[in-house]
Design a protein around this ligand. Structure first.
Ligand code: IVH
Length: 680
């Protein structure tokens, strides 16, 4: 009995929580917790109801999908219910789904599959009568949604009239979404205007569609991918899903360019993997792939259970957002003394990895988030981007949550922390006498894009600085075998290896050398541009503000940094010592000292993943050759380098008939210009 009471209580709790979050998500367009957290609550509710059938209830949120329509809009009853999808999250589950389908079909039925991205947007129904857009509606709870006709009419991607060969009556279904570019642009404008930004693209789409004033919707960046038919007038009878999509395209309805048919499950698996690799370059958010049986006759045989068709499944990718708690905020001192607050998190699985730190950038960011110790926060991690704290879930703040303050002294060396002018970044004022700054400068000097000193790892740098064996990069080249061999975890052999690596590193390139110096704001790209322009260290050290600003991408701030850097006698001395100790590079071919810029005036775009070069290396090389490297493709683009996973940029380039090369072709091209990196 006591057990029953506990189950009843937990069910009641879970239902209330699920209803609350459904309301925030579907009605207020202001979700409080990440989707993954909601899914967990919902799944727990489903399994508890399954274990205790006596406690089932017809008004449990498990008995409907989505939320009932709000009263602000007229209600639209769907002629055919808008279903939801069963989901899986690994290839085994997918195989089991396919097996189940085969089991329900006849022996000679041969299903093929249609695969599509699962768009993270809002499911809608568009009703065309006499080929004119008559009504747009949200899915709502699957049976009835909201009439959003006026809003839907403002979306450019949705035709208001279909061509004459389309059925007179047609209900098209699909997903309205907010492209990521548009989402960022919208938020930038909102922040400048002092308005509330949108939480994520999905909420942006939902919130925009549920505006009472269509003029507001019209200003929102929205688009749509169409993927199914609700009802249609007889006469048009496609046999397969892929046929439906072909017809949609022909009628000017937007279909996802990555929709694809697959002959067997193996091909579906390949599709799912490839799509996941492209996930962050699609330009819109997806949360998985949908695999559907392509043949309608087979779909009919499979039917549906509990509002979910048996003939389709959503393969969910790892969520890119998760919630966790902040135990502490640590302050790290960087190469230039910048003090960065870092949130120490209860480890959480997000975007496919376990995360226990997230950068907080600076104090302004902590203020913006109103982050306190003990808070529950939402972490976002996509692709290889470092995890970010998106926001605080205020309702979960413990009563004793402590505010975070910037330390007044450097946590490493104890020097005062200063914040100059209107800079948001606070810095340790000790410069290279602060061991943290010293270590970071040495790490930077040895890093892969700088002098690339193999074997000079973090721990070793720590020891070298702490034992005062090294204080400037030049000191590295003065180390002796005995000094190195005496360090912890080093023996004769490792000491010899490191000396050999130091020797190798002396043979470098001018861009790497400039980058390695660690001038503030001078990344690989700028370093390459400076090297191409000035050709020699003397010329660079002698350059004034005006000459510096003639270099592509060098504005007044960067020019000032370069001048200030070389105005410091210590920096000049270290640079010169490095050369005296044997650091050297080959002068570019051609007329001595004349910069080589064969790609002057060209604009290149890099997209997809490169395997032999990093994006940054490729960018640095191109800039060194005089090209500009842009983030998006336009008529002015000269060439596109596309690696695996290239998405919309590649498509756009092809549309504009711009030359697209893969990485191998790109490396060949660089070799022709004597610009390929030695190890590629
Ligand atoms: S098929 C019964 N295809 O996912 C068929 N749905 O969990 C259901 N969705 O409500 C729709 N992209 O909002 C389908 N390519 C796609 C989709 C997709 C996103 C959404 C849709 C649906 C939900 C089901």
């Amino acid at each position: 009995m006591a057990d029953d009471a506990a189950v009843a209580k937990e069910l009641e709790d879970l239902r209330a929580q699920v209803r609350y979050h459904l309301h925030r998500y579907h009605v207020l367009d202001d979700p409080e917790i990440p989707d993954a957290d909601y899914d967990q609550l919902f799944d727990r509710l489903v399994s508890l109801e399954r274990e205790h059938p006596d406690f089932r209830s017809p008004d449990s949120p498990t008995q409907s999908v989505g939320a009932p329509p709000a009263t602000r809009f007229d209600e639209v009853r769907h002629a055919v219910p808008m279903l939801s999808l069963d989901k899986c999250s690994d290839e085994e589950e997918l195989a089991r789904w396919a097996e189940r389908c085969r089991g329900l079909l006849d022996d000679d039925d041969q299903p093929t599959y249609a695969c599509e991205p699962k768009i993270d947007g809002v499911a809608v129904s568009l009703l065309y009568e006499d080929r004119l857009l008559k009504r747009g509606a949200t899915r709502g709870d699957g049976d009835a949604g909201e009439d959003i006709t006026a809003n839907v009419r403002t979306i450019g991607a949705i035709p208001v009239r279909l061509p004459n060969d389309a059925p007179a009556q047609l209900e098209v279904r699909g997903e309205i979404y907010m492209p990521i570019d548009g989402f960022h642009a919208f938020n930038e404008r909102a922040l400048t205007a002092g308005e509330r930004p949108i939480i994520n693209p999905r909420n942006g789409a939902a919130g925009s569609l549920r505006q009472l004033d269509p003029n507001i919707t019209a200003k929102r960046p929205l688009s749509m991918f169409c993927y199914s038919v609700g009802v249609s007038s007889p006469g048009w009878q496609p046999q397969r899903h892929s046929e439906t999509l072909d017809a949609f395209r022909a009628w000017g309805l937007n279909v996802n360019p990555r929709a694809q048919t697959c002959d067997d499950l193996g091909a579906c698996r390949d599709y799912i993997r490839e799509l996941e690799a492209q996930r962050d370059s699609l330009g819109y958010e997806i949360d998985g792939a949908v695999v559907k049986v392509d043949e309608f006759a087979l779909r009919d045989k499979l039917g549906e259970v509990t509002r979910k068709p048996r003939w389709a499944i959503a393969y969910k990718y790892p969520a890119e957002e998760a919630s966790t708690t902040v135990h502490d905020v640590e302050f790290q001192v960087g190469r230039t003394g910048a003090i960065t607050p870092v949130a120490k998190l209860e480890p959480v699985f997000v975007g496919g990895v376990t995360v226990s730190n997230a950068t907080l950038h600076n104090m302004d960011e902590i203020d913006r988030l109103d982050l306190r110790l003990g808070d529950t926060v939402i972490i976002h991690r996509a692709g290889d981007v470092i995890p970010q704290v998106m926001r605080v879930i205020e309702s979960r703040r413990p009563v004793d949550a402590k505010r975070v303050a910037m330390p007044e002294i450097c946590p490493v060396c104890g020097a005062p922390v200063t914040r100059t002018g209107d800079e948001v970044v606070a810095r340790c004022s000790a410069g290279l006498t602060c061991p943290a700054q010293r270590k970071e400068s040495l790490r930077h000097f040895a890093s892969r894009l700088a002098l690339d000193i193999e074997g000079l790892g973090e721990k070793l740098v720590d020891q070298l600085v702490e034992r005062e064996l090294v204080s400037t990069p030049a000191d590295l080249f003065r180390l002796t075998k005995d000094e190195l061999a005496a360090l912890e975890r080093m023996g004769e052999k490792s000491a010899e290896n490191l000396l050999a690596a130091l020797q190798d590193a002396k043979d470098t390139t001018f861009p790497r050398f400039i980058y390695a110096l660690g001038i503030r704001e001078v990344g690989e790209t700028t370093a390459a541009a400076l090297a191409a322009r000035f050709g020699t260290l003397e010329a660079l050290m002698a350059a004034d503000l005006e000459r510096l600003q003639q270099v592509e991408d060098v504005g007044p701030v960067v020019a000032e940094r370069v001048v200030t850097f070389f105005a410091d006698p210590d920096n000049r001395r270290i640079a010169e010592e490095l050369l005296a100790l044997g650091v050297h590079w080959a002068a570019p071919d051609g007329d001595a000292g004349e910069p080589q810029t064969p790609l002057e005036g060209q604009t290149w775009v890099l997209t997809g993943t490169l395997e032999q070069l990093t994006r940054n290396e490729a960018k640095a090389i191109l800039t060194g050759l005089g090209a500009r490297v842009a983030g998006s493709v336009s008529k002015r683009t000269s060439r596109v380098v596309a690696g695996p996973g290239a998405g919309s940029k590649r498509t756009k380039a092809e549309e504009l008939e711009i030359e697209v090369m893969d990485e191998t072709e790109f490396l060949d091209f660089l070799r022709q210009h004597n610009a390929a990196p030695a190890d590629a």
